[in-house]
Structures are given as structure tokens and as C-alpha cells.
Design a protein around this ligand. Sequence first.
Ligand SMILES: [Zn+2]
Length: 961
Amino acid sequence: MPAPGRLMLFKTLMMLAGAGTVTLALGAHSAAPDVAVAPDVAVAPDVAEAGSMEAIASATTEPRFSSPWVSYVPASATVPSPSAFLGRIAGAPGELVDSRQAYAYARALAAASPRVKVFTIGRSEEGRDILLLAIADEKGIANLEELKGATAALADPRTLEPGAAERLIADARPIYYLNAALHSDETGSTESVLELAYRLAVSEQPMIRRMRENLVVLINPVCNPDGRDKQVEWFYSYLKGRTDRDTLPRQAPPYWSKYAFVDINRDAHQLTHETTKAVSRMFFEWHPLIVHDLHESVPLLMSWNGTGPYNPNIDPITFTEFQALSFHEVETMTGLGMPGVSTWNFGEGFGHMFMDSVAMNHNAIGRGYETFGNGTAETLVQSLAPEEFSREWYRVLPPPADKFSWSARDTVNYNETGVLAALDYVAGNSRMLLRNFYTKSLHSWRRGIDEAPHAFLIPPDQGDPTRVAQLVMRLQAQHIEVSRSESPLSLNDGAFPGGTYVVRLDQPYRNYAVDLLAPQHYPKDGGEPYDDVSWELPAYYHLAVIPTADPAILRLPLTALVSAPRPEGHVSGAGPVYLLKDTGQEGLFEARYRLGHFQLSIAERPFVQDGVSYPAGSWILPAQAGLQEALRGVAVPMGLEFAGVKAVPDAPAHPAPVPRLGVWVPWADTDSIGWVRYSLDQRGIPYTYIRDEDIRAGKLRDKIDVLLYGHVDLELAEQIQGIPRSWGPMPFKKTPQTPAFGSPAASDDITGGIGWPGLGQLQDFVERGGLLVTLGNASMLPIEAGMLRGVRRDSGGVPRSSAGGGAAAAAASQDAVTRTPGAHVRVSFVRPEHPIAYGYTASSYVFRQNFALYATPRRWLRMAYCTTCLDGPVDARSVVMEWGGHDEQPFLVSGQVWGEANLIGRPAILDSPVGRGHIVAFNFNPLYRDLNRGDHRLVWNAILNWRAILADRSAAPMGAR
Ligand SMILES: [Zn+2]
């Protein structure tokens, strides 16, 4: 029960919040039974729903883990409460709503209340609707279209001068968007926002009335319904009734959506997941001033605003706004006696690639909570580390103890109280926040006029016109306007051909355009970043995008692009032999698969035909029936140019049939490797999904030619042994009780990994002539388990999983540890004639996260004196690419690096014969979140040239057959 003394405190807070006079007794009509309930809760003018106070008090583990605002549910004669609909309060122990129940409740709420409307804003990969609730007073609901029009107008200052903006602000309302259930095992947010929606719709508390009258609150109760439903079924299958944290099994299903797990929250720039696309559509339809994403991890509630360094391309006003909001929450909740509410000390605020970032990147405010959660709906005893409950300036009232009981309702209480505090702040400062929104858009537009650069120019033909078009489309998807110059451009600082794309910077989203198109400069003393430090699209795409300081570009005639550019390719000449010049086209991979069984060779050396120079990697298609027609079907949509010639040129070439491709996805981590499947699916590449049990079953060589093992966030032991067998069997398949399981892959038991038998089968696959391609951490498996011999790991690197601040931040200023936490850095081909190099220059750059460092291979001769080192001479024949350029350019292209001296010269790609097969191991992830499209072809080359790679025995190490 609440401690004495909180009554006065609460009274003060309600008055501060604009609540005016409050009646402190229970409402006269309360049907609450005469039991011990919180005496200091101001219910009137509401009437508490019968039993709600008791149910909430009983589900709350300590009175201080609640607040007067959420310790009852208001009764309504006409609108169904969560209890009336679900038969329980939100956050009741041992229960979770799935998307069907949550949506049914949302629809019931909208049907019963004139203050609630429901919209469908998207459909998930597995076909579930994504719903949005809008809540305001009756007048607001009647005027939603006008209110949307007002925020849209404020977002574009080119058509709204300041005087008109001020008149608009007088009638507009801030729109506040709440996002729940993005990370599926953070289960409390859906429960929280369903009760919040009801409270906002029916409560007559003055504070809440003011929210309804001044705001439009948007709630997305289940933004990732595929994951929610899998998680809810997982809870009821494996977690329900288990309250001993020390003996809990894995708390989440292997998948949260078709492709991603935690990374569903990492595609703000590229908009790949349906969840993100839906929120992006919502953003540009409603222009909410605030996008607030609800997560769970930090005790007891952390309101994000980063530690800095802050992104220099985001208007500084945004950072003051989100600080103000966070401190308001800390102040209010601490005043209500709720311990453990903090801000700062989480993330850095430089990279904005998350769900809320759609707001940060478009002149609005992106924010989030990390509320404490159990990962289960059961009540658990939780223990905190000393640094989690110390008293700090950013955590003025720390969590109460190092060990306490925490419930699902506690999470609801914190979420809902925090959000109410935030909504109260925004309702009370609505004009200021609307004005800030307009001012930020105005600043962004004016900077493009008043300062250089005034535009970015993207030449249309850079070897891969399709990739240029894809870059332009990414900008358009972010509502960054792009134009095209039909005639050649002559500017003070350069000349550009007709057809050049132009991103004029006199536009409201100028700041985001600069952030995406110019290199990042993360400060060297900036501490450990939370995620990547570079997202420069030209670096990801390997394209030149040139800034201009010539203001004339703002006055020259340009054609605004109203749709996505579609470069068309051609088939010229009568044949019967056709050639395709390799100019680095990323689409060659897809084109090869589309051409299926047509014969095709790839040139191993440059050659000249009919006066045209063809580099190594170019295609030679001999005369064959139906070829010209098939080529036309590929050339036109994919922007490829095929030239007909009379005869097959005299050039060394190797046949390039399409391989049978397998993609191994370990059950222990489906997340970052999900992007491999995404990239293949987007290109329509057929492949076999290989599970751990498929590897254990063996006979891999009978089924596939190439096994692609993408980057996983697993150490070697977990890559081999997988999810602990002691938790098994853990089926993940469709049953009447678990209809959401079994997608995108099913299993009778996801535990046990490949084990040692599976490792043997992998070795067998390679020795029987298979090609194993490993990316990022996946390369640990062949190297550190000894399939690819002679390569030692160096302790000078750090694994990616150590990122995230804390102790690592202390090491950040040291160059002793090599770190490339998501940066673009230079590489060079040691074997420029290798098929992996086709389409690239000898010196290039790639995107690199923190991966283990490996030494150049050595031979092992004396086998004495040192158990950890190899004592023979260096044997660099298997090194295809190494870190560092061979030209004069700086190692860092975009982002930041530390300790690069210990990285430069080490292998970046190894290709070694093993038995009759080969292993190609990448020390980076060339298939990263559908971003580094300029790196993709390195992998595509390895797959398309599999026959040639297997045939090459020149780098055979000692003992290889
Ligand atoms: Zn999360």
C-alpha cells in the first residue's frame, strides 16, 4: 500500500499537471468492495471500475512500483474496459494478448467510443494487419483530416510563411505516436498501451481531458504482429507458470518476423520490414511531432536521449526537446515516488537507424523507453548489478535494492505513468512544440539556400545505372526530393552530363539528405557507439555523389522526379554470340539466375572485341536457341547491355553454370543472417534453407554445390553447439496450439546446434568438392575450428557484441584495441585476378563492423616452443583481399576507426582449397542489412564463379589433396 505522505505529494502533482481541484475520496458511485485499497488515489470525477484497484494492487509487487494515475481503471457504462473485454486487467500475471485479441479490443474501443478511431496502416510479411488507434476528444476525431493537414503544412515551410504558420499553430495539435511490441520478447508495451488507450478515451480527470483536447494520440499496439503472436505462443508453450529466473529456458522463439529478430529495429534508412514501412507511411500521413517507441531492458525505466556525441545533421532544437521531455518524466515519476527512473546513459544519439528515427531524421522528435521487463508475463525475482542501482545525477532516485520482485503489471505501471507524464508535458506546451517543428523544417530548408553545399549531384552512368537508380529510390522513399537535369550541367566546381540526378538542398529534409549523402565523422573521443558510425549511402553503394557549392544549381531548370527512375538496358546486334561488359553491375547475379540453363562463360582476362575493351568478369554467351529473346527479358528491366558478335572471342574464360545454393541458418541466431535471405529473396534467387538438423543429417554435397553461411552474433562454441540441449526438445512447428510457429522454417527441436557430428558433415561437404562461403563471425567456424588451417586469431579486435557503452566506453579512447564499429574502410586485392575481384578496382573499400582479427596464414614446421603460434614462414597464397588501400588515400572512408595500425595488412578475404573443395572466408559482412550494395558483388562473384574457384588448386596448403 502507498506510504503515508504520498497524499499531499499526489495532490500537488495533480495541481501542477493542471488537474485543478481534485477529490481525494473514492467516487460515490464506486462499486469497489470494502477492502484495503490505496486511500490516496484521486478517482473523482472518475468512478473506479469495480475491482480494478484491488486487481492492480495485487498484481503490483510493491506499492512504490505504481502511481495514483494508474492504480485504478475508470469505469464506463458504454466503453468496454480491458477487464470487461479480456476478463483481466492489463499486465495480469501469467497472461499476454496476441495480435488478434489486441486488435479485437482496439476495434471494440473504436466502435464504442466517439473519441477513438481505428485505421489499418500496413500488413505484415505473414499477412497480419497492422492497426493504428487515434484518440482525441470528439472535436479532434471529427477534424482529423484538418489536423493532419495542419502538421503536414508545418512540415513544409516553402509553402508557409511564418505569419501563416503562427495562425496555423493556434488551431493545430501536436500528434503523439506510441509504438508497441517492436521487439517481441519485450512484452509489456502492448498491455500498457491498450489500458492507456481506454484511459485516454474515458477518464474525466482534468489532466486527461486536457490531453484529449490538445493532442491527437496515435497508438500502434502491435507494430510487429508476426513476432507478437510467435512470442505469445512461445510464452504459453515454454514459460507459463515458471517463476524461477535461474532455471528459465530461452525466452524467445527463434524468429520474430520473416527475416529479422532484434534487427527489425535497424532499418530506418532502408525501410525493408513491413513494420517499418507501416510506421513510415503513418509518419508521412500524420506528421507526428513525436514518435515514441516502447522497449524493455533497463531497470526500472530509462527514457532515451543518448549521451552524445549527437548527430550534427539533426537540428539542435530536437536535442533540447528530447532532453526536456526525458527530464520531465524523471521529475514527475520521481515525484510520484517511483524509484529507478532515469535518462541519459543509453546509446549515444549520433546514429539514427532505429524505429523512432523516422522522426529524428525528418525534423520531429524520436524517443523511447527501456522499461524493466521480465521477458515473460510471470513475476520474477530480479537481481541488479551495482552500477544499475547507484545514485547518479541522471538517476536521482535509484531502484530500491539489488534484489526485488518484478511483475508484468509493474512494467505496465511504469510505462503508462511515464507516457502520461510525457503527454501532459506536450499538452501543456503544444504551441511551443508545434512552433519548434515548423522552425526546424524552416532551418533545414534555409540552410540549403544560405550555405554550401547547395546540392548533391549523382552522375547517371557509373558502371551500374541500376544501382544509381536504387540509390535515388532510397532517397525518394525518405521523401527527399530528387530532380534530373536533362541537359549537361556546368557549375563553378564541376561539369556533369545530361541525365545527372540532382538533390537540391533547399528542401525541408535537407538535413537528412546531407546525413545520408556525406561521410560521417564520428569523434575519436566519442566513446563506444551503440550501433554503426557510418551510413553514408554513396559509400554503401560504391557510387560517387558530389556536393556543389555553386548556388546556381538552385536556379537552373531541372525536372522533378515524380516516380522512381528505371534505366532500361538493350540487346544490340544480331549475334549469334552475345557479350556483356562487366562494369561492376550488382544485378549480374540475379541476371545469371534468370538466365537459368543458358550456357555462359566468364572471361578470366581482359579482351578486345570489335574495338570494344572487355575487362575480366565479362560474360560470353555462345550461340544457343532462344538466347536473344531471353537476353531481352533480362536486359530491359535490369539495365544491362548485351552486344551481339559473330563468334566467341578468343579469351580465356570459364563456364559459369548456376550452382545449387544452400543457406545455413543456425537456430541459435537467425537475426543478422536473416538479411542474407532477404537479399536473396529480393533478387528471386532460389536456395535451400539449411537448418542445424539438415547439416547433422549429412549428405550435403548431394543436395548443394555452395553453402553460404552468413554473419551470426555467436561465438564459436554457440555456432557449433547451438541452443542448449538441456532445454530440449523445443519444437517450433505449426500445431493447433501454436499456429504462428513453423515460419519461415519449422523444427521438431531447435536445440543442440550442429554439434560435433554436424561439424564433421561440414568438413565432409567441403572435402567432397563443396564451396563453403562464410561471412563475418561465421568465418570463426572454418578458421578457429581448424577446417581452414594456418590462420591464428589475434586478441587485438573486439567482437561486435561488446558494443553498447559501459566498460567498453572506457576503452574507447584507446587505440590499443582495434575497432571498426560499422565504418567504411579501405581494402585492396592481393589477387586482383581472382574471380571475387571481378567488377572492382584493385583498391576499394568495404563496410566493416567489429570482427575478430586474423593473422596472415603461416606454415607450421617445427611444432615446438609455442602452442599458440605457427612457426613457419608466411603463406599468403590464400589471401584474396587485405585491409588497407595500396594508394595514398586515408584508411577511413566514413565513420571512425580505432587502432587501424593493427588491422591494415591483415586478410579481409581468404580463399583456400580444402580437400576437393574450397572455403572462402570474409572478415566482414558484405550482406549487411540490405545497405552495402556495393559490397554485395564480392559474395555474388564467389557464388557465380564457384566452378572456377573449386578448380583453382594454386593456393593449396600443406596437406591439401
Ligand atoms: Zn527493444
